[in-house]
Design a binder for this molecule. Structure first.
Ligand code: ATP
Length: 240
């Protein structure tokens, strides 16, 4: 389970996340939606323990990401918008290295071929990461996130730059993780995909939550029966 309570993150002159609270239960995919600069990536980076929140708390499976960060991070997988990979490792070495970091070498030995195969990286197994295309790097980052069977998965714009087959596979993977009981948070600008993939969405703008719920509940709450998620989103995020 992921619990975010009153999360605030200020940069020097900007309050990028402004009192964000939400919970994601095991077995749910939740979409984090918002216009450019809404604070999605900042919130994700705070939840992943990369940025220290100005205030508020993040709990992963009950562990506080600041106070108990090792235990929290052991349960967490984060795929950033731009994956920071070790370019001078081979694809196989990279996956193995991530498995070692999470003390999951045994699982890795069993699952490596399956992961490489699923993401069409088998033929790149012994190539250096620096030689991969952008989409292949994104797929490798997703494969790395799946090595240690995390309880909470965070995906920041996971479908950008991936070809249709890869995007299909990533979506299948998110659904598999959900069906296996993970709590999944996905930030995306692809509202059609969010509508089909997510159990619920959270719409943010200027660091604040504007709305949260299923498409049906958002339609009802905002008196927009029959509206698509895109129509609800545009109506809520329209600047005055
Ligand atoms: P996008 O959809 O464009 O990726 P986002 O919703 O992910 O946007 P963030 O990247 O979290 O938004 O940015 C939120 C706000 O914080 C923006 O006003 C941005 O300019 C600001 N910001 C982000 N990173 C920094 C930083 N390192 N230093 C100062 N301000 C930052």
């Amino acid at each position: 389970m992921l619990e975010v309570a009153s999360l605030v993150k200020e940069y020097r002159r900007t309050r990028a996340v402004d009192g964000l609270s939400f919970t994601i239960n095991p077995g749910e995919i939740v979409g984090l939606l918002g216009p450019n600069g809404a604070g999605k990536t900042t919130a994700m980076r705070c939840i992943a323990g990369i940025l220290r929140p100005t205030s508020g708390t993040v709990r992963i499976h009950g562990y506080d990401i600041v106070q108990d960060h090792a235990k929290a991070k052991a349960r967490l997988a984060f795929v950033p918008e731009v994956p920071g990979l070790y370019e001078l490792l081979t694809v196989w070495e990279h996956l193995r290295f991530i498995a070692m970091c999470f003390d999951k070498l045994e699982v890795f030995e069993r699952r490596c071929d399956e992961l490489l195969d699923r993401y069409h990286l088998s033929e790149k197994r012994n190539e250096l990461v620096v030689t991969l295309s952008k989409g292949m790097k994104q797929k490798l980052a997703v494969a790395c996130a799946l090595v240690h069977d995390a309880d909470v998965l965070l995906f920041d714009e996971p479908l950008i730059g991936i070809d249709p087959a890869g995007a299909h596979e990533v979506k299948q993977e998110l659904m598999r993780a959900r069906d296996d009981g993970a709590a999944v948070l996905v930030s995306t600008h692809l509202l059609d995909t969010a509508e089909r993939l997510c159990n619920r969405v959270i719409i943010v703008a200027r660091g604040r939550k504007l709305a949260e719920g299923t498409l049906a509940s958002l339609r009802e709450e905002h008196a927009m029966s029959e509206a698509t998620l895109e129509e609800v989103f545009l109506s809520l995020t329209r600047e005055p």
